[in-house]
Write a protein that binds this ligand. Structure first.
Ligand SMILES: C[S@@+](CC[C@H](N)C(=O)[O-])C[C@H]1O[C@@H](n2cnc3c(N)ncnc32)[C@H](O)[C@@H]1O
Length: 222
């Protein structure tokens, strides 16, 4: 188990934490709810969710999930996740912690869930190394993220907007190459669906999205 040390940078985004529930409700009303269902449809066993926020994924865990350990560093969001955990269709335990130093034992998880969080985590390689540490051999990483566009013109626009975006979005970056980071961390991507998340037919700097599953090397039983 990774210990939390006093050197761990704290994650506190009080303003973002106040507005995120409304941003999320708007996104869910325009398609993000279906994205969450797609992300979690095949999840089974013991799951660690990193940066769980308000617990927006909790209602969508399918019956094959035995337990969710939901790790969230931001105190206000974590408080909102508690009642969502109580209402979830599967057992959910909310824990304080950062993705870079997960409060979970080695090899304890069948799956790790990352949704709209690898855009924000300060040290993505370290967080993915932690995901690999807590996964059993052959365990899966389920990811739903907005990412850097594959269209160079759009990516240039994202880079420009990204000069201010993290200040408004609790540290969120528009320019992460998340699939590359996942393969660089040693995972094999089994499937990934790229799409533009349009709201009322319009794109935004965070429209390029991906939903996918990656596997940690090792025994591939269930
Ligand atoms: C855009 S919100 C997404 C929340 C949730 N995953 C969802 O799908 O609605 C980004 C989340 O990342 C969390 N976060 C930021 N830095 C983190 C870190 N180092 N480790 C884990 N979570 C982090 C924030 O507190 C916030 O809950």
């Amino acid at each position: 188990m990774a210990a939390t040390t006093s050197k761990s940078p704290r994650v506190r985004h009080p303003l973002f934490a106040r507005i995120y529930p409304r941003i999320n409700a708007f996104a869910e009303a325009h398609g993000a709810l279906e994205h969450r269902r797609e992300l979690l449809a095949d999840a089974t066993g013991r799951i660690v969710e990193i940066g769980a926020g308000t617990g927006a994924n909790f209602p969508h865990y399918p019956p094959g999930v035995e337990q969710v350990i939901a790790v969230e560093p931001e105190p206000r969001l974590r408080r909102l996740a508690e009642p969502a955990a109580a209402d979830a269709p599967v057992p959910v335990e909310v824990r304080a912690g950062r993705a870079e130093q997960l409060p979970v034992e080695d090899g304890a998880a069948d799956g790790v869930v990352a949704s709209l969080v690898l855009c924000t985590i300060a040290d993505v390689p370290r967080a993915l190394a932690e995901a690999a540490r807590v996964l059993r051999p052959g365990g899966r990483l389920y990811f739903y993220e907005h990412v850097r566009s594959q269209d160079p013109r759009f990516a240039r626009k994202q880079r420009r907007v990204n000069l201010v975006w993290p200040l408004l979005g609790g540290g969120c970056s528009l320019t992460r190459q998340t699939e590359r980071a996942i393969t660089d961390a040693g995972f094999t991507i089994e499937r990934a669906r790229r799409f533009d998340f349009l709201i009322n037919g319009r794109s935004s700097p965070s429209s390029p999205n991906v939903i996918g599953v990656a596997r940690k090397a090792g025994n591939s039983s269930p």
